[in-house]
Design a protein around this ligand. Sequence first.
Ligand code: ADP
Ligand code: MG
Length: 693
Amino acid sequence: MRPSILYPLFTPIENLKGIGSKYAKLIKSLCGEKIIDILFHFPTNLIDRSYSPPLRDAQDGKIWTGIVTITEHQKPQSRKQPYRIYCTDGSSELVLIFFKVYADSLAKNYPLGSRRAISGKLEYFNGMWQMSHPDYVVSPEDFSKLATQEAVYPLTAGINNKMLRRLITESLHFLPDLPEWLSATSLGDTEYISFKQAIQRAHSPHRIEDLMPNTAARRRLAYDEILSNQLALALIRQKAKQQLGRSFTGDGHLYQQVISALPFTLTAAQQQALKDIQQDLSQPCKMLRLLQGDVGSGKTVVSLLSMLSVIECGSQAALMAPTEILAKQHYETISTLCQNTGITVDLLTGKLRAKEKREAYARIASGETHIIIGTHALFTEALTFKDLGYVVIDEQHRFGVNQRLSLSAKGASCDVLVMTATPIPRSLLLTAYGDMDYSKIGELPKGRKPTQTVVMNVNKLPDVLSALSRKLAQGTRAYWVCPLVEESEKSDLAAATERYEVLQQYFGPQVGLIHGKMKENEKDAIMDDFKQGKKTLLVATTVIEVGVNVPEATIMIIEHAERFGLAQLHQLRGRIKRGNESGTCILLYSYPVSAVARERMSIMKQTEDGFYIAEKDLELRGGGEILGTRQSGFTQFKLADMAYHTDLLMKARDDVQQILKTDPKLESQRGQALKILLYLFEQDVAIKTYLSG
Ligand code: ADP
Ligand code: MG
């Protein structure tokens, strides 16, 4: 249950005065549903309303704020003419101009002979000061309220700044005094600011600098958010560690068979990762480990070998892939490696006929199947295992954080290994997984040839086509990647279908097309054709990012490479590193190319080190351009910005460790306050699963 002290902040915005259902809807889409969402909507600019010289000395174009006396109303002669109100500040005359405004309301707001405080943009026109539609008109007593710095907020059509400011001012009254959850030394900043003060300050900037992410107020709020994230993950982690799991130590008979049949020896990094995992599996507590390794670093083999301890103990293992194509590919790899060992593998996909499915279900329920491979449907279907002991999730960044957490919560006493293909910078790793155990395969198997990457303007297309044509004739296969087709961007993107048609005219029927809008079975069919060489040039949207293995494919052309993020480019290029031939990756760009895009392509040219690329990616994304992270399902912070606040992340991690060491159940005074923090930032998974139970 949410603590009652937070009720005001979670009040629906409809409860604000005079908001009306039309505005409520707009505000919801702009900020969110609750008062707290409005309070977390921060200004991004300032209007200076302190400029207030006598009009005689004022400058054209400035926002002027001052007190005037109304001298005359001049009604329009026709509908096209404006309504004019003449006034003076004593030094000069000023005419206020209004279009399409009711005379009644003007008479009420600007009574003849009265003094009014107004604010708006001054223009010098035909030898006279004028101001059209003043931003504000109030009584002279409220002049001092006007003549300040006005926060300017991100807006949406139908909401103006004045209205939003009014709602925010009202929302600020809902702010309770919350108990302090930070320790005195948490932030290490000299100035102490409470949560309430920090919110208030964030909404009343005095200088442009006050809008920056590194002000004391913003840092405090960013820290609160990061701390809640780290605490939630750590609580989940702590609970998982306490949960009794199973201890799997096999006798090694299957392991010996499989490893001796491998056509290669494991790299040192693979051996180390495998050892980490086997060690976890042998412990009686629940395992939750991340296996990080670049595309082609050999994670699948490692995961299979680790499953063998579990199977030797008589239990079952499951491998969950993000797509059906990948599930099928894993199935092929793993069943080949398990040949003649007596290990039985079943593939569960949506394509199975009812009878096949029933039979597979029966084999899984009876324990006849040792390894079950499928998509996430594995966990939603009413499938019963005889004794599932171990789940491997091949993630490839397709599952969201919550899905991941709920899965490991659901998997009862199962040990869980999450595999991810894109190297993730340490800071992102922390925000997405907390201080999770992880193993890293930081080297590729020996003998992999380096990929050559070239950057070219799209006007070199004819050269590319003739070179490609020679290569295809020699039996090489190639990918041609086009950016995702999105409705709004359709017009200026070389849509995959268009490119497909052009390439088909040039190369004939050997060209295939695969894109995200296709049905699974259509995608599978095309992929099969490509694997078998019936198609040799595959035009694709980024759907191929998801790990399909075709060793003969050694060429990749990426069109509009300037639009892709670094991690994505790296991930794509990994597709042509599957074979023994060295690959060629051609980055085709079109103008305009931003400086960042140029830098990205140049990094791609220089290096294939995924971990380096990942760090660079984070760095280049900088000031809040978090496209790459959003796509990969990483935590979205509302208040924190990883381009500025990574130091806070490290602090929060240490802070959380300290907290849980001394107060694992959050019972102390600070612990109680921290629970409020969790509710404040709606860390529901953590709260529901682990604090209540
Ligand atoms: P990942 O899942 O990390 O992308 P895979 O496990 O699919 O990588 O391995 C990529 C390819 O490399 C596979 O064809 C696999 O058989 C092969 N491979 C894996 N480990 C090694 C190794 N140590 N030496 C040589 N080839 C390997
Ligand atoms: Mg793989």
